[in-house]
Ligand binder design. Structure first.
Ligand code: TXE
Length: 482
């Protein structure tokens, strides 16, 4: 076996208490290429013990020390960026170029952003004239749990861990069992950067087993989770009666609303990306595209031509646009939705088939990017999160109708609007029931902004001050003047 991943507990690397390992598949080939510990509640207990020992120092050492260590972690990931990018691509099937230019740089940025943010973090004072002053002390929660998914492995893992550590918490973190490798590499870098033992503990294994044990542990005060809506619901069912703080970043079924006055070329380029970046496996991807009728035909023709030109293939090849999907199971799920779309009356304009690759890649999980039209707004294909390289397109007439289509799901993560009409941009943005609205752009991210969704896309916000506030407990201190 080429790689054997280990848990990271108390600054050391361990097998799971069970002694068992799970197979880790490489999506590009469909073959097992590493193994990860099959951890359970016993490993969570050890991690909590280690975190408990580390907490008094880490929570009190001060922002300056935490800043320095987290900046070193960022520098070391940057030093090793090529091996992180290769590992991310091998583990997730995404194009290596994407991992090298987006995922890993973003993980570095997450550490730098929160390392510096903690130096600037402040809290409020509420003076009561002539009587007293209230001030808000923001203290670390203690031990917190961070659980992340497989689509942007290190990017989303660090998006949670960095603010949790910066605010002085000790962390028990679990990456997805489908993509554990970069979280494992991160442990090496954290040790080299001098992160004290027990401050960050990383456990590997199944969500229903070790993930559930993290959520259930009474000493873990908060859970920051990104993943599927059904998992989020089950985590809330466990954590809410224990009064844990919860941040749930869940799925999406994001609309793209294209008005006839949109800047056409810019819109087209970005819509290809917002549909198929990372094979559509980004919670922010726009999967329902509504186009105002006057430009519907023009859009359909140009879009389909561009999608047909996307190159599906070896994630390692520099000219690959679309690598492999993350797993056999996920490939089957997405292919199942393409069949469902046809049963629901949809017409496939391009794609829809698996891509058979030669040689070593023959067992990989490749799928053509797929565009479907002719489906009713309320059908399952247009209502459920597919999370793959599949989009539907449909025309709309008026602004009201476009808005009704866009708002017509139970999800509410991100919406994209294309228009050159400033007044309309404001009007529409105000009426969209989503946590994030992009006008004439997509995935343009400023890490200071609140990030998260409404309705079935989750509760709570990440990013900037929201994350620093989530990972701290506000305590009001009222001091009376004499
Ligand atoms: O995610 P899961 P899955 C959506 C997407 C996808 C679907 C299911 O539609 O097809 O969710 O994907 C851990 N207690 N998104 O099954 O299971 C799990 O080990 C604690 C959208 O892969 O939600 C992993 O670390 N933890 C999404 C993490 O939760 C549990 C990204 C996410 O896995 C657990 C991924 C439990 N009971 C999928 N069960 C996005 N919003 O970006 C699982 N886990």
């Amino acid at each position: 076996m080429e790689h054997q991943i280990q848990n990271y507990i108390g600054g050391d690397w361990h097998a799971a208490q069970s002694g068992a390992y799970l197979d880790n598949y490489q999506p590009a080939t469909g073959k097992v290429y590493s193994r990860l510990p099959d951890s359970d509640a016993r490993d969570v207990e050890l991690a909590v013990e280690a975190a408990r020992k580390a907490l008094p120092h880490w929570s009190k050492c001060g922002a300056q020390e935490r800043f320095q260590i987290l900046m070193r972690v960022a520098d070391l990931i940057e030093r090793d960026i090529e091996s992180f990018a290769s590992a991310e691509s091998a583990d997730s099937g995404k194009a290596r170029t994407l991992a090298r230019t987006v995922d890993i740089p973003r993980a570095i940025a997450n550490f730098r952003f929160f390392a510096t943010a903690i130096l600037h973090f402040s809290s409020e004072a509420h003076p009561m004239e002539g009587e007293a002053v209230n001030f808000t002390l923001r203290q670390p929660l203690g031990i917190v749990g961070c659980i992340s998914p497989w689509n942007l492995p290190l990017y989303l893992f660090t998006w949670k861990i960095a603010p949790a550590l910066a605010t002085g918490n000790c962390v028990i973190a679990k990456p997805s069992e489908l993509t554990p490798m970069t979280a494992y590499l991160l442990t090496k870098v954290c040790a080299e950067a001098g992160l004290p033992a027990g401050v960050l503990n990383i456990l590997h294994g199944l969500g229903g087993k070790v993930g559930q044990a993290i959520v259930e542990h009474p000493e873990i005060k908060a859970i920051s989770f990104t993943g599927g809506t059904a998992t989020g619901r089950s985590i809330a069912q466990t954590a809410a009666p224990m009064f844990k703080k919860l941040s749930l970043e869940l799925g999406g079924k994001n609309p793209v609303l294209i008005f006839a006055d949109a800047p056409f070329e810019e819109m087209l380029n970005t819509t290809v990306r917002s549909s198929f970046a990372n094979n559509g496996q980004i919670c922010l991807c726009g999967s329902r595209i509504y186009i105002q009728r006057p430009i519907y035909e023009q859009f359909r023709e140009a879009f389909v031509a561009r999608v047909k030109a996307l190159r599906v293939g070896d994630p390692e090849a520099p000219d690959t646009n679309q690598g492999a999907l993350v797993s056999q199971q996920h490939l089957e799920k997405v292919a199942g939705y393409i069949r469902l779309a046809q049963e629901e009356g949809g017409k496939i304009l391009c794609g829809g088939q698996r891509v058979e690759m030669p040689g070593e890649l023959a067992g990989g999980y490749y799928l053509q990017p797929t565009v479907i039209e002719g489906l009713p707004i309320g059908c399952r294909t247009n209502q459920e999160e597919i999370f793959g390289p599949v989009v539907t397109i449909a025309p709309f007439d008026t602004e009201e109708e476009g808005l009704a289509f866009a708002n017509g799901t139970n999800y509410g993560l991100a919406a994209t609007v294309w228009t050159n009409d400033l007044m309309r941009a404001h009007r529409v943005a105000e009426q969209l029931h989503f946590g994030i609205v992009w006008i004439n752009c997509w995935m343009l991210r400023d890490l200071r902004t609140p990030f998260g969704g409404v309705r079935q896309s989750g509760v709570g916000r990440e990013g900037g001050l929201e994350a620093l506030r989530f990972f701290t407990e506000p305590k009001n201190v009222c001091i009376r003047y004499w």
